[in-house]
Design a protein around this ligand. Structure first.
Ligand code: UDP
Ligand code: MG
Length: 137
């Protein structure tokens, strides 16, 4: 069993598809182990995406991620990290496989609806960023 962190980003919440994103994970046999809606400050977003601090898109990305409510969830299942990434699709929706969340809903490479941890190391940083052990069921 593996755990990963996923986020319905502000564009996904605004488009009223948080339920659709969650349903796609559930339909794939993944289990939601923790879930909440919240709004990041700019500072929170910078800390969450600290791994990208030297990238040209860091400032714009962290503005976007702090512009409105998000839904964060810890997801559990066998190979949950790669399964969630497969359901999400490629970062750039232009390259995302048909039927993935990003192919179906993302408007551009930044506003791409959903986040998923890319490794066990990032999941280990990202899950406790949002959830205490009491909140992961
Ligand atoms: N992003 C962007 N421009 C880029 C690459 C990424 O705005 O050229 C944004 C996009 O929202 C992406 C996030 O930064 O989801 C994190 O980038 P990463 O490369 O980790 O992509 P992901 O793991 O989300 O597919
Ligand atoms: Mg990433």
């Amino acid at each position: 069993m593996e755990q990963t962190l996923s986020i319905v980003k502000p564009d996904g919440v605004k488009k009223n598809i948080m339920g659709e994103v969650i349903a796609r994970f559930e339909r794939n046999g993944l289990r939601i182990a923790a879930l909440k809606m919240l709004k990041l400050s700019k500072e929170d977003a910078k800390n969450f995406y600290i791994v990208h601090k030297d990238k040209p898109f860091y400032n714009s990305l962290t503005d976007f991620m702090s512009e409105g409510p998000i839904v964060v969830m810890a997801i559990e299942g066998e190979n949950a990290i790669s399964r969630v990434r497969d359901i999400m699709g490629a970062t750039n929706p232009k390259n995302a496989a048909p039927g993935t969340i990003r192919a179906d809903f993302a408007s551009d490479i930044e506003h791409n609806i959903v986040h998923g941890s890319d490794s066990q190391a990032s999941a280990s940083y990202e899950i406790p960023f949002f959830f205490s052990s009491l909140e992961i069921l």
